[in-house]
Design a binder for this molecule. Structure first.
Ligand SMILES: [Mn+2]
Length: 320
């Protein structure tokens, strides 16, 4: 490159000059192991739209010691778009998939982590480079561009959590949005809503409870936060990283890690009857019972108003 242009432009330049059938990108601070490439190529041969990633082993930045990386974690991004390692549930081991890669997922490709391929990587504690305007400024700009092009209404969710991002100038994104249209990429997600019971006028609420606890129900406050749920394209009812899950008749409704395998996390919303049917049990999400007024129940579907739910867009504060 004649001038410093950043990682992605450098990769695109390399891609445009390459002549082979498959492109691999490695950071300068990587070390391949024997047999790293073949399993990656095998997956691409099966489906050319597949983007593959090896297990990333850790090379110590102090001693260059090589340490096997965990195949029980995968790299993803939280709602602040910070990179995080997330644990992979056992039953997900065969189909582990990462998440920043929004364009890959949204545009019909798949991302796979191929666990028999290992590449070592030096993780540094801090970036050794300086960035014009400061590192934070550049990261905010990049994340803002990502959000504007790919995240649809979910970008507001990100902006509320990271208000500093809305202060940066994000430049011209027209070529990116044109590309998204040309590739006919799907929306980031279908809904971001609160889920209100018709009879009681209460909303599903995660009550700041954690994984493996019951989901709650509480008076609708209209402030987003713990009452933000999404009904996803996979027909999950999701609150941040967790999915509503029912494993026996008549409940309870738990918040478990989303496994994307439908099963106990599959809900069918009927926009005419307004019911949320838990498909496996064929029971309906219902208001709280008298015994426990802070959790919704699941009951045999009976057409009552207590089994009707309204999915409404969360009203977001004006932030820019
Ligand atoms: Mn690197």
């Amino acid at each position: 490159m004649e001038q410093r242009s950043g990682l992605i432009r450098a990769r695109l330049k390399g891609a445009s000059l390459s002549t082979g059938q498959v492109i691999t990108f490695l950071d300068a601070h990587c070390e391949c192991t024997v047999g790293w490439l073949e399993p990656l190529l095998a997956r691409i041969k099966l489906d050319r739209r597949t983007v593959v990633c090896p297990i990333i082993d850790v090379i110590s930045d102090d001693t260059f010691e090589y340490m096997a990386g965990s195949d029980m974690t995968y790299g993803g991004f939280n709602w602040k778009l910070n990179f995080r390692w997330y644990p992979v549930p056992q039953r997900e081991m065969d189909r582990r998939k990462g998440d920043r890669t929004l364009p890959i997922w949204q545009c019909g490709g798949t991302l796979e982590i191929v666990t028999c391929s290992h590449v070592g990587h030096v993780f540094r504690k801090a970036t050794p480079y300086t960035f014009p305007g400061g590192t934070g400024q550049i990261i905010n700009k990049n994340n803002r561009r990502l959000a504007e092009v790919w995240m649809d209404e979910f970008k507001n969710f990100f902006y509320i959590i990271s208000p500093g991002v809305t202060k940066v100038d994000y430049g011209d994104i027209s070529t990116r949005t044109t590309l998204r249209q040309k590739l006919q990429c799907k929306p980031f997600s279908w809904y971001l809503e609160n889920i209100r019971n018709v009879e009681t006028n209460q909303c599903l609420d995660n009550m700041a409870r954690k994984e493996n606890e019951k989901v709650g129900i509480f008076n609708c406050h209209g402030m987003g936060g713990n009452q933000v749920f999404s009904y996803t394209a996979n027909k999950e009812i999701r609150t941040d990283d967790l999915c509503l899950d029912v494993s026996k008749l008549n409940g309870p409704v738990m918040m478990l890690k989303c496994h994307h395998l439908k099963g106990n996390q599959l809900w069918e919303y009927d926009p005419v009857k307004l019911t949320l049917v838990h498909v496996n049990s064929n029971q309906c999400l219902d208001k709280a019972t008298e015994e426990d007024s802070q959790v919704p129940s699941v009951r045999d579907c009976n057409g009552s108003r207590s089994q009707q739910w309204l999915l409404r867009n969360v009203t977001l504060p004006e932030i820019f």
